[in-house]
Design a binder for this molecule. Structure first.
Ligand code: SF4
Ligand code: SF4
Length: 452
């Protein structure tokens, strides 16, 4: 049997699972997403703290100055978004996007309120019922707008601080003004914009259209055997009001699959399969090839394999960089404004400066010690530096050694900074001594009549 015949005899391979109600799947996924959206900033799982200039990511508290980690994280998310758009089309929009979730919730609650008012105010005129329903919808939209604006702003401002500002109705400080503005925008979005944002403003929709190719997952109408009964239920079910039968690449389509459910329900009643499906691009493809596992999850060409490999490399790099990160960052620099000073007790002094930052969430103690300098020691006001979480301390200290034991000019030594939370940090430094040995102290003259 030729492979072409074998392929033709196989049933079609489609990502659409027969009998699946995508609405139910979407609502379950969306509920999980809302919970994650709320928990991420509240538990510092992922948050950019603009006030303290910190980036919280999966339990690590990163400083904005840690550019390498931030750069890797941003690149990772950028490649992830691009990969998702290329392979899974607008899966993000239909299942994961907070804007879509809140838009759908807003439409559903408006409908529910309208029905409620219609049922309980049957005696009122149609116009009165509409006005009452609209006012009720606006009033009920205020608390969720405040709540979700709070969660959104908490991604950038410490939640406890934000809560106090909210309680005191602060609209004077920058954070208070931002909070109030975001609440107003959220309310406007809930009440008026909704899916209009996805259709006309959202950059992800445009990006997705640029990245999509012939293998991208999309929702398409495929009816080679003329099974469609032109009931238009798919059009009525579409939240953005388009007709999927006119083409799969309509910019407004968010791939939510509400039309798939609608068609499955209608045609299911007359024992036919839905003619709207999820599909990898428009082509029906080589069915035998499509049975391979990597093709069935969307890895259908070299470009996708490369982007997956890139993602894996970035993920490994990012986890390595985060795991190797030191909780306490210590920098030691010599003060070469004065090369050395010589004290009355014939000790040579070199001055150093230390900057220590505690990037962990626990208090740390830092101790300095010295190796390699004969009879050398560290002279500092604080032998131990106490570092509170998130604190940066700057201090100065002297390294001293007797002039008589030093090499004239440059001497080498090692300063060790020990912190309990990590391996000691070592700094190979130079110690400058006078080029000429200082005169030896004069001994008192011993002679007749002098007692030793
Ligand atoms: S055409 Fe279908 S998949 Fe696209 S937005 Fe409308 S209902 Fe959703
Ligand atoms: S729901 Fe299905 S059968 Fe009805 S018009 Fe749409 S595609 Fe045709």
């Amino acid at each position: 049997m030729s492979s072409q015949t074998a392929s033709a005899s196989l049933p079609p391979v489609r990502p659409t699972i027969p009998g699946t109600r995508y609405h139910r799947v979407r609502k379950t996924v969306q509920t999980i997403c809302v919970i994650i959206f709320i928990l991420l900033p509240l538990f510092d799982i992922m948050r950019v703290d603009l006030v303290r200039q910190r980036f919280y990511f999966l339990g690590a508290e990163l400083w904005i100055s840690e550019f390498a980690i931030l750069f890797l994280t941003m690149m990772f998310f950028w490649i992830l978004i691009a990969a998702m758009a290329m392979i899974y089309g607008r899966f993000w929009c239909g299942y994961l996007c907070p804007q879509m979730i809140f838009s759908e919730a807003s439409v559903a609650s408006e409908l529910m309120i309208s029905r409620f008012v219609k049922k309980h105010l049957a005696v009122a005129s149609e116009k009165t019922r509409k006005i009452i329903a609209r006012i009720a919808f606006y009033l009920l939209g205020v608390p969720p707008s405040i709540f979700f604006a709070f969660v959104f702003v908490a991604y950038f401002v410490p939640p406890v601080d934000l809560f106090h500002r909210l309680l005191s109705l602060d609209i004077r400080t920058a954070a208070g003004i931002v909070g109030a503005s975001v609440t107003a925008i959220t309310f406007f979005d809930f009440a008026f914009l909704r899916q209009g944002f996805c259709i006309s403003i959202c950059p992800y929709g445009y990006l997705q259209n640029m990245l999509a190719d012939k293998h991208t997952l999309l929702v398409h109408f495929h009816d080679p055997h003329h099974q469609c009964i032109n009931c238009a239920k798919c059009v009525r079910a579409c939240p953005v009001g388009i007709d999927i039968r006119k083409g799969s690449h309509q910019l407004e389509c968010t791939h939510c699959a509400e039309c798939v459910d609608a068609c499955s329900t209608v045609l299911g009643k007359i024992n036919r399969e839905t003619v709207i499906n999820y599909g990898w691009g428009d082509s029906t493809g080589d069915r035998e090839q499509d049975r391979k596992w990597y093709r069935s999850i969307g890895l259908r060409d070299g470009k996708r394999i490369v982007i997956l490999a890139l993602l894996t490399i970035y993920a490994i790099g990012l986890s390595l960089v985060i795991s190797l990160r030191k909780p306490v960052l210590v920098r030691i620099m010599p003060n070469r404004m004065t090369l050395y000073t010589l004290s009355d007790d014939r000790l040579v002094h070199n001055q150093f400066r230390i900057v220590a930052s505690n990037r962990s969430r626990t208090p740390q103690q830092l101790k300095l010690s010295l190796n390699g300098l004969p009879q050398g020691r560290i002279l500092s006001a604080n032998q131990t530096l106490a570092l509170a979480p998130g604190q940066t301390v700057q201090s100065e200290f002297d390294v001293v050694a007797p002039a008589v034991v030093l090499e004239p000019g440059i001497n080498h030594m090692r300063i060790v900074a020990s912190v309990s939370a990590q391996k000691p940090a070592t700094f190979d430094e130079t110690f400058i001594a006078p080029m000429e040995s200082p005169p030896k102290p004069e001994l008192p003259a011993v002679g007749p009549g002098t007692k030793p």
